[in-house]
Every structure is written in structure tokens, then in C-alpha cells.
Design a protein around this ligand. Structure first.
Ligand code: KG4
Ligand code: ZN
Length: 336
């Protein structure tokens, strides 16, 4: 039995979890800063770092208490090394190092994106080869995994990440931050009244959302010039349908070409209710490929997922030293 403490602070969630054997959550504490950042319409990095400093100790103590373990039961400390906001990451990295030093525990640095992928380990045993669609506020990637802990990014965004596009479109529609859940909700009442351009990229597995975001903005400006206002639900609906249909189509092209045993969704945007429906529908054509979608609580940032990925890294002996630093642009393992 291996028990890891995991710490995550890459953006605006201060989180600590205790995870057994990479697949059982003994505790998962997430302290969200959304209420504060909503006041500014998005994450303010300096504010995020300061709130992480205020909350990290409480979150760590609560994770131990809820898991009903003491530091004597912990085998290693896994932490998010990157990618993310430098100041935010730094707080988690320093907390992990301090705890590891005080209690003589090994350190396991984890790439945040691998955490999103391995969050699916809380749903089921992973099967290889595996295709992961990693969709968050900072990333939109198709990751091909021939084997456990073997990552190859076959597609990425040429400009904005999908979550970023959701957040920016929500802002221009006056829906506030974070935009993903707001658009998800209001789009349910929308109708296909507007036509938006389908994103185009040279490579079949790459994504692009910046043009679509600009098209929504121009549509709003056009309506305003006519003295009219855009229907927010309809605009949200049309943006979401265009973005998701394009993303699902590219993912299906990758599934068709690579023929994985499993397709997993990962990251905050995997919480989207419409995406779940579209994916399930599209995957009916590939009954031999198992579709796995993490539970809502494991889609957005949390530390349990860092414990899940950290367990695999731990088993591979991928320990870090006390000289390891936060890396805001950390690449996936094996990426150059
Ligand atoms: O993975 P995550 O929590 O943080 C990053 O690693 O970036 O993802 C956050 C992103 C935000 O852009 C948020 O708007 C988006 O995930 N998101 C959603 C939904 N819930 C969160 N996007 C679409 N639909 C949702 N229901
Ligand atoms: Zn994330």
C-alpha cells in the first residue's frame, strides 16, 4: 500500500489530498478563490499567490484530518511543479518541500496536465493505448499514450485554449468569471440563430479558438451598431456548438487513425454537459473504444489528481530534489 500526500496550487485553487495507491481518494480538500477573482473578471496572479499563502497550511491539515492519517502514514509528497502561474505554483512547491524536509519524505514533482489525465484513474483502471483530450483554461491537447506514463502530444491549440475562449466569450457576453460553467448553463436555453465560422487549422489534430472568439465579439459589435443587443443565450449556444463540434470532430479523426483502447477526457472543460453528450454520441461509432469522463469534482483543478499521477511517477522512481523549482511552462514528460 502506498499513501501519497498531494499538493496543487497552479492557478486559483489551493488543494491538498491524500490518495491511496493512486486510485482511492482518502481526502481531497479544495479551497477555491473564485469568489475573489470574480470581482476582477478573471484570475489576478498576485492576488492568487497571496491567497494560496494564507490557505495552504489549513488545507494540508484538513486533508490529513479527513483522511484520518498522520504524517507517519504518508510515503511521499507529490506536488504540482507546473505548468501554471509562477507565484501560485511557488507556494505549493515550497509547502511540499518544507513538509518533505520536516518529515523526511521523498518528493514527487508532477506535471499538472498528467494529473488531469490520471484523474480518470478514479473512475476506472486505465487501458493502453490511450488517447486523452486534455481541455482546460490553459491547454487544449490530444495526448497519445502507448503505455503507462508515455506521453506524446499529437495536437495542440495554435492560439487560445478552449477554456480560455469560454472565459473570454463569457466576459464579452457579460456573464462573468469563470465563463465555462456560465456558458454551459445559459446555452441550454439558446437557439441556433447565429452563424459563426468553423475553426480551421493546417494540421488535422491542432485546434484554434481565437478566430471564433473574435467572431463572437464582432457579432456583438454589429448588433450594437444596428442599435440592437445580441441574444446572450443564442450567442452562447452558437459559440459552444461551433467550438465543441469542431473539437469533437478532430478528436474522432484521431480516434479513427490511432484506434486507442480508451478515450479519456481531462481538464476543467471536460465538466461541460454538452461536450459529454456530443462525445457519447460520436463514440457510438467506435464501440470497441471505451470512453471515460472523470466525475465533475475531478475535472476542475484538485490535488487528488496530482496524487493519482504522482503515484505512477513514484512507482517509476521519478523523485525530485530540494533544488527543484516551479516551472510555469513545464512540458509533458518526454516532450521537447
Ligand atoms: O482544469 P481547470 O480547472 O484549470 C486549468 O488547468 O486551467 O480548467 C479551468 C477551465 C476554465 O476556463 C473554465 O471556464 C473551464 O475550465 N470550465 C468549463 C466548465 N467548467 C469549467 N468550461 C466549459 N464548461 C464547463 N462546465
Ligand atoms: Zn487544470
Amino acid at each position: 500500500m502506498t499513501i501519497l500526500m498531494a499538493i496543487e496550487s497552479s492557478c486559483d485553487e489551493t488543494a491538498c489530498a491524500v490518495v491511496k495507491d493512486g486510485c482511492e481518494i482518502l481526502s481531497s480538500i479544495v479551497s477555491s478563490q473564485i469568489n475573489v477573482h470574480t470581482l476582477y473578471g478573471g484570475v489576478v496572479p498576485e492576488v492568487a499567490s497571496r491567497i494560496h499563502v494564507e490557505n495552504i497550511s489549513t488545507v494540508v491539515c484538513e486533508a490529513l484530518q479527513q483522511a484520518k492519517v498522520t504524517m507517519a502514514d504518508i510515503d511521499a509528497i507529490a506536488y504540482t511543479q507546473g505548468p501554471g502561474l509562477i507565484g501560485s505554483l511557488h507556494v505549493g512547491v515550497q509547502a511540499a518541500k518544507a513538509i518533505a524536509w520536516a518529515y523526511h519524505k521523498p518528493l514527487v514533482p508532477v506535471n499538472h496536465m498528467t494529473g488531469h489525465i490520471y484523474a480518470n484513474r478514479f473512475v476506472t483502471e486505465l487501458q493502453w493505448p490511450l488517447m486523452a483530450l486534455v481541455i482546460s483554461g490553459g491547454h487544449t491537447e490530444l495526448v497519445w499514450m502507448e503505455n503507462d506514463w508515455d506521453f506524446k502530444v499529437i495536437g495542440t491549440t495554435r492560439d487560445d485554449a478552449i477554456g480560455e475562449a469560454y472565459d473570454k466569450v463569457a466576459r464579452v457576453l457579460g456573464l462573468g468569471y469563470p465563463g465555462g460553467p456560465k456558458i454551459d448553463k445559459i446555452a441550454k436555453e439558446g437557439k441556433p440563430h447565429y452563424t459563426l465560422p468553423t475553426p480551421k487549422t493546417a494540421s488535422p489534430y491542432d485546434f484554434s479558438f481565437s478566430g471564433l472568439k473574435t467572431a463572437v465579439l464582432q457579432m456583438i459589435q454589429r448588433e450594437e451598431k444596428k442599435g440592437e443587443t445580441v441574444n446572450v443565450a443564442d450567442a452562447a449556444y452558437c459559440f459552444q456548438e461551433t467550438a465543441l463540434q469542431s473539437m469533437v470532430k478532430k478528436t474522432m479523426a484521431a480516434v479513427d487513425e490511432y484506434r486507442p483502447a480508451m478515450l479519456v477526457l481531462a481538464g476543467g472543460v471536460a465538466a461541460n454537459s454538452r461536450l459529454r453528450v456530443l462525445m457519447e454520441e460520436a463514440m457510438k461509432e467506435y464501440p470497441e473504444v471505451k470512453l471515460v469522463i472523470p466525475p465533475l469534482s475531478c475535472c476542475t483543478d484538485n490535488a487528488a489528481m496530482i496524487g493519482a499521477a504522482g503515484y505512477v511517477a513514484y512507482k517509476h522512481g521519478l523523485f525530485g530534489g530540494f533544488d527543484a523549482a516551479a516551472d510555469p511552462a513545464l512540458l509533458m514528460p518526454g516532450e521537447e
